[in-house]
Design a protein around this ligand. Sequence first.
Ligand SMILES: [Zn+2]
Length: 249
Amino acid sequence: MSWRTDFAWLVGGTAPSWTPDLDGQKKNLEVLAAVERLLELVVELGSTASYLSQAEVVLPAEHPWVKQAEAARKALQEKLSQDRTAEHAAEYRQTLNQLKKDYITAYIASHSKARLGVAEDKTRNALRKDDRLLALRVLAGVSLMPTSQLTAFEESLNGLKSCSSLDEPTLTTAAVCPHCQFRPSAEQLELIPAANRLHKLDDDLDQLVANWQQILAGFEAGTAPYDTFSEAYNAAYTELAVRAQRQGR
Ligand SMILES: [Zn+2]
């Protein structure tokens, strides 16, 4: 029965071991009523327990919420092992619902740290078409330019993940964002939020342009073949002029 597996999260991986010996107490209506109440409780709490057992493997093991859930589960298991009449049903319900609420808060915080939102995604797209980057791409065609720097920059820019569709109601039914399948325990988590990494990439681009300008200045000063510089310079700026014209600027 599925409620048994769902509820296993609470009762320690097995079906309840404290099921009263019904053979000896068949006529005890009170016990039967209590068992019925327990079964109802199991069904009711089963889906939340099942959700929480998924949630426990979504967040990294060292996350404070995981520790909190483990402790709460142990405490509940102990109480359940003694509560034969579902006397504390309201308390169990409250504990599980609170755990779920805390999980949703923790997950959303982690999700918004790891993902770009709508505005940030626009900023990223603008950065992809930024004149500085376009000039570097053209210049990358010139031998002697350190193109690996540009490749690394573009990889970082493209590596940022966007997701702006997650909201709280969605997470009440699914423990993982259905739009981007974000699983903090399975992703290489960055310490710096995605939005901050995006801002840093803008600064990095300035730095990259400055570096390359220095290399070009070296060409101009005659420490590198002038023709190469001249060709690259003209190609880059012709390209930029054409793009600017196309965009009606
Ligand atoms: Zn998402």
